[in-house]
Design a protein around this ligand. Structure first.
Ligand code: ADP
Ligand code: ZN
Ligand code: ZN
Length: 660
């Protein structure tokens, strides 16, 4: 009797066997109902064989094979297999997380595929600049796998390059996968794609879509009816029968990295997928990740460069540093920056003040006894939000009211310490009562709808001064915006996390790129106490390559990625002692002796050592060779699975961790 080997959504690195009266290898990739425990589950048939390592008599019979959707193709299963092996994630979990919720239900709702949207007139295409022409021609869609890094300064017309390549792929009858960071931040891009390709069926896939819409879009992509899939990280797993091109926009963006559940990098999975299918992939950014930059330097990726802004009238903004060491600064904003804002108001232009800290103030404190607002569940402060008078933990979500007096000594004089976007907004409004000040952060913009409305107001000229976090840094064109001021940048200069300069540079470069996108010249003012820091010098010179070269040299000397390959074992438990003890055991497992050239560090508490009442520790493992690390990880993971640990302890392995 045939045996179905089924992938189930369980954190176990194995398939589950069931007998069935009749089945063939043509059923691989179909969903099947199977008994599990006392209930039933939906799984995906990974193999059809005629024997099992278990006695056939012990196997339960499978339930119905579901045929409402065609079998998931072999390349999809291979991609899941790769991700499972590379990221030490259970195969069944990888497969099932890639499917829309409706397909995993025992009582499936009845749904059809999405129909292509209404037709709109295709907008005209601009004549390509010389640099754009070279870029488009650099990619030969018939030459098999090739990976390209498109490094283009902000406003250089990277999107236009994507659109032309997409056009060509569609003309060849191919589908295109366009991966973007958080999609609610990029309605402009989606609008441009839809306007350019009105008849080809563009579908989007992101977490804000309602379940039914997401499933419809997924089905349309899988059926080959939608030619373009525009999606966030999870969409990298969407089965697409005619996939011929992958584009990753803003490839450096950290939202391509999933930080919980299955921890993977959608950008890296995308490169693997392109390789597997023998198709081109294009990674675009004004500030590429150092990993991609190093790959381009070593010629593993082909480099394509756009040095000039596409609009000949638009020039790169002038970046100036405001040395705040000898200045009296009122509420964080220096005199020169105030004067620059005033000038923009007089000219009827827009200013953007960038402060990457939301809320009113990062902490509330008592002047008498030194009490500060701490989260009782985390090793973190509670952030003061004055708009709705709440104290909030940005890590565990805890919320409380703002006390009238110090909870510790009763003193009435408790004060907000430091500043966030809400406080800055209020203060700027006081200073410029006639100006329209608009705050843009995750508190003022919670949904894609709100974000679209906000963009409309900014474009409609309804704001004079924008105050915002990095939400404002990405890919938007505000034609009347001529001034960008950056506050609080210094805190990231000397942060403990060695990736922090890379992130700071890219954030500042992106936010600076908002200024002077049209005819009006842009100016960027950065307040700092370290005006001679090389990071700022590179920024002022718009010299990403120089900055990347110096960072890479530092990383090479220190033996950090991309010159070393890392994985992190993390454990969390109510008690730090349990977390650390578990990690110590993992660090001394006998299997480690069998693997040379793998370096195991000492277990340490995480920087944010407690979140939601759980104490968190981590253990770094590293190797100078990716294959050595990849050979070690599965055997180590199996050994870790055998460690006896307290029942409330949870652990996971993260490969290529970004945060420490
Ligand atoms: P990037 O994605 O590199 O930041 P965009 O693709 O958004 O840049 O292009 C910046 C601006 O230049 C946009 O307003 C776009 O319409 C315009 N643009 C792009 N390519 C051209 C071109 N070839 N000719 C004229 N304008 C262009
Ligand atoms: Zn007090
Ligand atoms: Zn908390």
């Amino acid at each position: 009797m045939p045996v179905l080997r089924v992938a189930l959504d369980l954190p176990l690195h194995r398939l589950f066997d069931y007998v069935i009266p009749e089945a063939s290898t043509a059923d691989i990739g179909l969903r099947v109902r199977v008994p599990f425990g006392r209930g039933e589950k939906i799984g995906v048939i990974a193999e059809v064989v005629d024997s099992s390592e278990w006695p056939l008599a012990q196997l339960k019979p499978a339930g119905e094979i579901l045929r409402d959707v065609p079998p998931l193709p072999a390349d999809f299963l291979r991609l899941c297999h790769f991700a499972s092996g590379y990221y030490q994630a259970a195969f069944g979990e990888v497969v099932m997380q890639a499917l829309p919720v409706g397909l995993k239900r025992l009582d499936p709702p009845n749904r059809r595929n999405a129909r292509p949207g209404p037709l709109t007139a295709a907008i005209e295409r601009p004549v390509l600049t010389d640099e754009q022409t070279v870029a488009v021609e650099a990619i030969d869609p018939t030459a098999g796998f090739s990976a390209h890094l498109l490094h283009g300064v902000t406003g250089s017309g990277k999107t236009e390059v994507y659109l032309r390549l997409i056009e060509r792929a569609l003309a060849d009858g191919k589908q295109v996968l366009l991966l973007v960071p958080e999609i609610n931040l990029t309605p402009q891009l989606e609008g441009r794609v839809r306007a350019r390709f009105p008849e080809t069926g563009v579908v989007s896939l992101h977490s804000e879509l309602a379940e039914a819409a997401r499933e419809r879009n997924w089905r349309a992509a899988f059926a080959g009816e939608a030619s373009i899939v525009l999606g966030t990280r999870l969409s990298v797993f969407t089965p697409m029968p005619r996939l011929g091109l992958i584009v990753v926009d803003e490839e450096h963006d950290s939202s391509f990295k999933q930080q919980d559940g299955m921890r993977y990098s959608a950008r890296d999975v995308a490169v693997f997928r392109a390789h597997q299918l023998g198709i081109p992939i294009l990674l675009g950014s004004a500030t590429p990740s150092l990993e991609s930059w190093a790959n381009a330097q070593s010629k593993r990726y082909a480099m394509i460069t756009l040095r000039e802004r596409a609009n000949p009238e638009a020039t790169l903004p002038l970046v100036k540093l405001i040395d705040t060491r000898r200045m009296v600064i009122k509420d964080g904003v220096s005199e020169p920056l105030m004067a620059a804002i005033k000038l923009r108001l007089e000219r009827g232009e827009q200013s953007l003040i960038f402060l990457n800290r939301r809320g009113y103030a990062p902490v509330l404190s008592c002047t008498a006894c030194g009490w500060i607002s701490r989260c009782t569940r985390c090793a973190a402060n509670l952030v003061l939000h004055l708009a709705d008078r709440r104290l909030r933990c940005h890590h565990c979500g805890f919320e409380g009211h703002v006390p009238r007096a110090c909870p510790s000594c009763g003193n009435q004089d408790i004060l907000p310490f430091g500043r966030g976007t809400q406080r800055l907004e209020g203060w700027l409004q006081e200073q410029f009562p006639e100006a329209r000040v608009l705050r843009v952060d995750r508190d003022s913009v919670k949904s894609r709808k709100q974000w679209e409305a906000m963009l409309e107001r900014i474009h409609g000229g309804e704001a004079d001064i924008l105050v915002g976090t990095q939400m404002l840094a990405k890919g938007h064109d505000f034609p009347r915006l001529t001034l960008v001021g950056a506050l609080g940048a210094d805190s990231a200069l000397f942060a403990a996390d060695w990736r922090s300069p890379e992130r700071l540079f890219s954030q500042l470069m992106q936010v600076a790129g908002r200024a002077g996108r049209a005819e009006l010249k842009g100016e960027v003012l950065i307040q700092t106490e370290y005006p001679t820091h090389p990071l700022f010098a590179a920024l002022a010179a718009h010299d990403y390559p120089g900055f990347a070269a110096s960072l890479l040299k530092e990383r090479e000397q220190a033996g950090f990625p991309p010159y070393a390959f890392q994985a992190m074992l993390r454990a969390e438990a109510p008690d730090m002692a349990d977390s650390i003890a578990f990690l110590k055991t993992a660090a001394t497992l006998p299997v480690i002796q069998q693997h040379e050239n793998v370096l195991i560090y000492d277990p340490v508490p995480m920087k944010l050592s407690r979140v939601a009442n759980l104490d968190r520790g981590q253990l770094l493992v590293e190797s100078g060779s990716r294959p050595v690390l990849q050979a070690f990880l599965p055997r180590w993971r199996e050994a870790i699975e055998g460690i006896k640990s307290p029942s409330r302890l949870r652990w996971h392995i993260e490969v290529d961790p970004l945060e420490f």
